[in-house]
Design a protein around this ligand. Structure first.
Ligand SMILES: NC(=O)c1ccc[n+]([C@@H]2O[C@H](COP(=O)([O-])OP(=O)(O)OC[C@H]3O[C@@H](n4cnc5c(N)ncnc54)[C@H](OP(=O)(O)O)[C@@H]3O)[C@@H](O)[C@H]2O)c1
Length: 292
């Protein structure tokens, strides 16, 4: 049992933001349970992260009901439950709506929406008994605004935002805090993990495809913005640590300058004008049809 130390469970912790959070939390007096898919556990070793009396590494594919239940039961039995859940694991599909089939749609939602909700649901009873706890869901600027070729990703994060808002109201009386961390572009390798559907991949490759320039323009734009971003995963990790220590953290926390800017723009600019301006600013938009 870890009576004196807070127990923190983090998903998708072997790369990017998750890994940076593990490294950040190691500097503090916490009990960390870093999880990753079985096939990715090896990465912890490459990063020099080893198990110790304040860090456990466990396999957890967030989409597996069996693994989720087994992990939570084990944590409850061995370490007295989870005080802070960081739902970080996520994937991003790049595909226009027309190029997204049910299988990819479900996969996107399974990882980004169903898994964090189901993990939270497993932990809420114990948190309610203790009348304390934090559920930190890693959302995205894409959870407040949608972009072409990222509809399914945005939909999954919008859904996560919606349910987190409900949870915020439901759990507040029990002393449990729910937070949405909203990163915008981050200077990391996550852009190389973007997934394509069969159709979006073939369109990206084939210049004659009606959506070809949507993909080439949007992917090089996203890559450029990520490369230019001054924010590295370590910075986001520091902010997450601050949130963990806040007594009453707000529900939504944009954690990069672009996410802050967009959250203000969404509030201040009338929606009609906002959508028009964003449309006009899409990379290469004037050529999307002219090139056909
Ligand atoms: N990078 C950005 O610019 C950005 C911006 C906004 C929001 N975000 C959000 O930040 C979070 C972390 O992303 P990141 O930037 O750190 O990207 P990343 O490096 O690609 O990390 C995503 C992590 O999720 C894990 N994951 C995927 N499917 C999983 C599954 N079924 N079970 C368990 N883990 C799984 C991956 O593990 P495997 O390697 O094993 O697949 C990987 O460790 C995500 O929720 C993402 O949507 C990122």
């Amino acid at each position: 049992m870890c009576a004196q130390r807070k127990v923190v469970l983090i998903t998708g912790a072997s790369t990017g933001i998750g890994l940076a959070v593990v490294k950040e939390l190691q500097k503090h007096n916490l009990f960390i349970i870093a999880t990753a898919r079985k096939s990715s556990l090896e990465r912890f070793r490459f990063e020099g992260i080893k198990e110790s009396d304040h860090l456990k590494i466990l396999p957890l594919d967030v989409t597996s009901d069996k693994e989720r239940k087994h992990t939570i039961r084990m944590i409850s039995r061995k370490w007295g439950g989870v005080d802070i859940l960081i739902n970080n694991a996520g994937v991003c599909y790049r595909a226009v709506v027309e190029h997204t089939g049910l299988k990819d749609e479900f996969r996107q939602f399974d990882i980004n929406y169903f898994a964090p909700v189901r993990l939270a649901r497993l932990l809420i009873p114990e948190m309610r008994k203790k009348r304390s706890g934090k559920i930190i869901n890693i959302s995205s600027a894409a959870g407040m605004m949608a972009m072409p070729t990222m509809g399914n990703y945005s939909a999954s994060k919008f859904a996560l935002e919606g349910i987190s808002e409900s949870l915020w109201y439901e759990l507040k009386p029990w002393g449990i805090h729910v937070c949405l961390v909203q990163p915008g572009f981050i200077n990391s390798n996550a852009c190389f993990n973007v997934r394509y559907t069969d159709q979006s991949f073939s369109s990206f490759e084939k210049e004659s495809d009606p959506y070809h320039f949507y993909y080439t323009n949007m992917s090089s734009f996203v890559l450029k913005m990520m490369r230019l971003s001054p924010v590295k995963p370590e910075k986001v990790a520091e902010k997450i640590f601050k949130i963990m220590n806040q007594k009453n953290p707000p529900l939504r926390i944009p954690v990069t300058p672009d996410a802050v800017l967009f959250s203000w723009m969404r509030r201040i600019i009338p929606r009609r004008i906002y959508h028009y301006l964003l449309y006009r600013s899409l990379p290469g938009i004037r050529g999307w049809l002219k090139k056909r």
